[in-house]
Design a protein around this ligand. Structure first.
Ligand code: AZC
Length: 829
């Protein structure tokens, strides 16, 4: 029998080419085959979009090849794997990134030119995969790239939303949301695995049963939904490894509802079954709070349950005893969203695998680690007990049991300090009794990570103070990072060539520490010339984009000053707007000779507001109102332009960042956990104007505070400033610009009233008034420096040169060593 099988396998191998070939002719042949057989268009007539689809499929073939080899190899070696659970991944486009990581961009570009197509034009055909809101989700995507590149045996697990983050369209200056139909034209980057599916159960009751003389609980669920796997290969750079991002989609299950078929209501039975799919329908678009939504809880449990079934199946294929589980499995929970997985692991180990509670708990405590991305305790998820009890009755019992044992243990340390016990409890008593998902994670995880040093301090001293005092060893700092593959190599190819040329090697693309070698040439006039040309070409590209979108013509000599990120009060886009209004007001009051000394500016703002976030939406409207006035004022001309870029997303960032001179990171100190946008700007040699918050503090250490424009209150000053509250008055300048908005200088007087109230009338929680003067000073310092182009260019080079620490490669190495205990597993070439 064995001999027969071997012969078959050999025959199959004989029929296949060893590997797909990457010479120009083979690539052309592959693309044309895909035009004809995958896209089903004639190879004599196909448009750019069809060419993109065919191209994407030919790249996908190459990805699949590596991905198979990698998984075969992982299976053979059976290393400890890291499973990264995240409800959001913001991947953006895949084509250019994949082709770059596969190392065959030039070959593809040639192949396409010969077919009469332009690689860059085709790349523009791709839409973004936007299965996430902002920083947390994009960071997850950068981590996947680094995990693959550094050869770690890793899997990502998440949800395949039918609709990603909403599209932002602007009508008369107001944000409107439209659904993101990202799957309408198919998605060549995923592989549907109809045979990889698991039932996920909800609702029902818990019953007691006696098994081998022991009482046990069993969950009798009331509903079952099928989770079907969609695999997204993630190629590493400079390695054959390609890891998997497995996203689950909900499909109706054929179990459990046979009943309805016998009632004769065939049509309704089908329609009801279809409702199952709603679980993976849509991403929640609010990045701060989603408290108490049943669908949200079902999404969390749905992807966690399917992922854990998949992980346990893989483990059980090779291992008999769960004693070995912690040696083979590390589970990372990305923020508190997947923390129901802790209860699920306990349920499976205790109820299904019949382990003792204490043994199961010991295993759970050794496999889980968590990263918190929020600063405010309000950002941490709570689930009402009634809701959890109805959707997942057995999990609620398990959480109660975990909490009972936790509190017993806490009593040993803290005696009868009931205040402390109630703060640390997983159950929050109150008007609505709730489960604190963060506390569940703290009780179980062996490591609790903050995303910058400042953030970790906040977690230790404020948010999780009690837990830190009890278990200081659990708390670790893993400063975020971003991948230089996407953020330099793909999005700024000219900078990429300059760096490689001056360092004499491309090795920095995998080993970014080398980038500090640029420091040596920070004053070299030849490098300056190349650097300035690179910036100008990128600015030109951005200016064309701006003109196409907004019809505003901008001058390339102006300083491109950018703030792109989710719109939030704490990120203070309003401070930026008030600064712009101040600048406008000054220009209006200048005579011609003063005007000649003004550094022309293009102020670029982009970002989405959560659909229900009124203040954020008003800020967007204010940007447009100010832009309308300023851009059409002949007194101002090219000295000031204001541009709002609609529908900000990953691919917009890839275009905007390389073309920026100055970027703004204005969060009130102590509010931005880390910030990762600033790292992308830094890598691209854009100077930073920032508060000493989140990762900006560490950036200042790396590049020297003299190479950026820091301003504003410090983290430890903020609480005292708030105490002073009403007695704190902003400067006269501040009062004047707010008054302009209030008085309807930009129209919409009534509409902006409440926005003005947030920063005056004793409010101003985010300290815009207090920081305004120092903000203007920092802006003035930026102007002075910009006039001295040599100085500016030198600071720009030093920014890139000092960005090494902020690569997600460094972050991932720290996680691998300090939290997960995993080793690289490199698939041989
Ligand atoms: C963000 C933080 O706000 C940001 O400071 C940090 O850099 C980023 O995570 C990555 O750690 N948090 C979120 O995006 N949060 C959510 C729920 O979207």
């Amino acid at each position: 029998e064995l001999g027969g099988r071997k012969a078959k396998v050999e025959k199959m191998f004989g029929l296949m080419d060893e590997f797909l070939k990457n010479d120009t002719i083979s690539l052309q042949k592959d693309i044309l085959d895909h035009v004809e057989f995958t896209v089903a268009r004639s190879r004599f007539s196909f448009d750019d979009f069809e060419a993109y689809q065919a191209l994407a499929h030919s790249v996908r073939d190459r990805l699949i090849e590596r991905w198979h080899d990698t998984h075969q190899y992982f299976k053979k070696k059976d290393p400890k794997r890291i499973y990264f659970l995240s409800l959001e991944f913001l991947m953006g486009r895949s084509l250019t990134n994949s082709v770059t990581n596969l190392g065959i961009q030039d070959q593809y570009a040639d192949a396409l030119t010969q077919l009469g197509f332009d690689y860059e034009v085709l790349a523009e055909q791709e839409g973004d995969a936007a299965l996430g809101n902002g920083g947390l989700a994009r960071f997850a995507a950068c981590q996947m790239d680094s995990l693959a590149t550094l050869d770690y045996p890793a899997w990502g697990y998440g949800l395949r939303y039918q609709y990603g983050l909403f599209r932002q369209i602007i009508v008369d200056g107001f944000q409107h949301e439209q659904p993101d139909f990202w799957l309408n034209f198919g998605n060549p980057w995923e592989i549907e695995r109809v045979h990889v599916s698991y039932p996920v159960k909800f609702y029902g009751t818990v019953e007691e049963e006696v098994l081998n003389g022991k009482k046990c609980k069993i969950w009798i669920p009331g509903e079952s939904v099928e989770a079907v796997a969609y695999d997204n290969p993630i190629p590493g750079y400079g390695t054959r490894n390609a890891i998997n991002l497995r996203l689950w989609a909900a499909k109706p299950s054929d179990q459990y509802d046979m009943e309805s078929y016998t009632t004769g209501d065939y049509i309704n039975a089908i329609v009801n079954r279809q409702k199952a799919e709603t679980i993976s329908n849509v991403l929640y678009p609010d990045d701060r709070s989603y408290q108490g939504k049943e669908l949200r809880l079902k999404q969390q449990y749905f992807f966690v349950s399917a992922s854990l079934q998949d992980i346990m199946r893989r483990f059980k294929d090779l291992h008999r005893s769960f004693d070995e589980f912690p040696e083979k499995v590390a589970l990372q929970i990305n923020d508190t969203h997947p923390s129901i997985s802790i209860a699920e692991v306990m349920r499976v180990l205790v109820d299904e695998e019949h382990l003792d509670w204490s043994k199961a708990w010991d295993i759970a405590c050794r496999i889980f680690s968590v990263t918190i991305h929020a600063v405010q305790p309000e950002g941490l998820e709570k689930i009402p007990v009634d809701l959890l009890g109805s959707v997942l009755p057995r999990h609620l019992e398990i959480i109660y049991e975990i909490n009972y044992r936790l509190v017993e243990e806490l009593k040993k340390s803290f005696g009868q300090d009931y205040d402390k016990l109630s703060r640390m409890s997983i159950i929050e008593e109150g008007a609505v009794k709730s489960i604190r998902m963060a506390n569940l994670s703290l009780a179980c995880c062996h490591t609790v990570n903050g995303v910058s040093r400042v953030h970790l301090e906040t977690l230790k001293t404020r948010v999780f103070k009690d837990y830190y005092e009890l278990w200081p060893q659990k708390f670790q700092c893993k400063t975020n990072g971003v991948t230089q593959r996407r953020w330099i190599v793909v999005s700024n190819p000219s900078l990429c060539s300059i760096i490689s040329k001056w360092l004499g090697t491309e090795a920095w693309i995998r080993n970014v520490d080398l980038i500090s070698g640029l420091r040596e040439y920070a004053k070299d006039p030849d490098l300056h010339t190349e650097w300035k040309n690179m910036k100008r070409v990128n600015k030109m590209r951005l200016a064309e984009y701006i003109e196409t979108l907004t019809s505003v013509k901008v001058s390339l000599d102006a300083m491109f000053n950018v703030q792109i990120k989710r719109i939030h009060e704490y990120k203070r886009q309003l401070l930026n707007m008030l600064g712009i209004i101040h600048r406008y007001d000054c220009i209006k009051n200048m005579d011609e000779s003063d005007k000649r000394r003004v550094v022309p500016r293009v102020c670029i703002i982009g970002g989405k507001a959560a659909p229900g976030y009124e203040v954020a939406k008003k800020i967007i409207k204010l940007c447009h109102a100010v832009a309308d006035k300023v851009n059409n004022d002949p007194d101002v001309g090219d000295l000031l332009k204001v541009v709002f870029i609609p529908d900000y997303n990953v691919s917009v960032a890839e275009l905007v960042i390389p073309g920026s001179d100055l970027s703004q990171h204005l969060s009130t100190a102590g509010h931005e956990a880390s910030g990762t946008g600033c790292m992308k700007f830094l890598m691209n040699g854009c100077l930073l104007l920032a508060t000493a918050d989140g990762s900006a503090v560490e950036i200042a250490e790396e590049i020297g505070a003299e190479n950026m424009f820091l301003f504003g209150a410090k983290v430890d000053e903020v609480p005292a400033l708030r105490e002073k509250g009403t007695t704190l008055k902003g400067s006269l300048q501040f009062a004047r610009v707010v008054r302009m908005v209030r008085d309807g200088y930009f129209g919409f007087k009534d509409y902006f009233k409440s926005l003005c109230d947030t920063v005056e009338d004793g409010g101003d929680f985010y300290l815009l008034g207090y920081d305004f003067a120092s903000y203007l000073e920092a802006q003035a310092a930026a102007d002075r420096t910009f006039v001295d182009q040599e100085k500016w260019t030198q600071m720009s080079i030093l920014s890139t040169a000092g960005s090494g620490k902020f690569s997600s490669d460094r972050t991932i190495e720290e996680y691998a060593q300090q939290s997960w205990g995993i080793e690289p597993c490199k698939c041989p070439f």
